[in-house]
Design a protein around this ligand. Sequence first.
Ligand code: KG4
Ligand code: ZN
Length: 340
Amino acid sequence: MEKDVKILAIESSCDETSAAVVVNGREVLSNIIYSQIDIHTLYGGVVPEIASRKHIEKINQVIQAALDEASVSLDDIDAVAVTYGPGLVGALLVGVGAAKAICFAKDIPLIGVHHIEGHISANYIQYKELEPPFMCLVVSGGHTHLVKVTEYGKYEILGITRDDAAGEAFDKVARAIGLGYPGGPKVDKLAKEGNPDAIAFPRAKINENEYDFSFSGLKSAVLNYLNQAEMKGEEINRADVAASFQKAVTDVLVEHTVAAAKYYGMDNIALAGGVASNSSLRAAMKEACDKEGLSLYYPSPVLCTDNAAMIGAAGYYEYINGTRHGWDLNAVPNLKLGER
Ligand code: KG4
Ligand code: ZN
């Protein structure tokens, strides 16, 4: 039997400081997440400078907590996987610096991981039987990618957003209807009390690439609707606005993902990223998959939002594929999927 591979994973690309110990890419021994959300809420969004400072304050404690909870020491760790992009440069540098220090001191391999590859790989933790190929919709605060996962670590991007990410649209609409930050979960909750067919918001079509997305027109339509109602002195039903906006987003996400899965003959669809927690998206995607005879996978909410366990899962397959980074590994804020 092959020896188990124990990976220490570190994630610090945005406003979560996280460390995890993952065995063979699928078994999570610990997944410690320190969220800075309370601090950033005061400013209505993530303040990069504050995020970096909080990461540097917390990173060693979070790493130690992950080792303790897994009942291992650094001597038991085979490699360190760390998010090196995309994300906030100062925030990423904290994780990359910490990972390098450990690898240097312990003389073990350093593996830089793409943040989106991490989100996709969260599904491997949740579903031990899931293997490529599958179609994956990655929807987070910073990204909206429709990705064909052909093999472990091999990705073909079929569609991306031309402007706002899906989560960004949720956060902006939430702010406009006075729900505060982070908006996604709050819109999700309020929408349950509203009528999704109350207001006809637009669904953008991109002619050049049928799988691309665009959410800025939808966001503007919501803002216009709110402004006009205010000018006319009409009362706004915020739950109807939330539900109708959410339906407009999910309709497009479901349509593109299912169309791509059918076109490429894939039987399995996976969701990933913070917005994959959205109850309306999950329900609508499930309904469409059932209708088309496709299987749907999505991670539990804690594995959807930023966490280090998903980086450990992705890092394991990179490790198996032979990826090793040198001491010159740097943070790459706009790293593209599939780039080295
Ligand atoms: O993946 P993530 O934690 O961070 C990024 O890599 O961006 O995603 C955070 C995003 C935020 O925009 C948040 O509002 C959104 O995911 N989100 C949701 C829900 N939960 C989190 N959006 C819609 N419905 C939710 N239930
Ligand atoms: Zn993320």
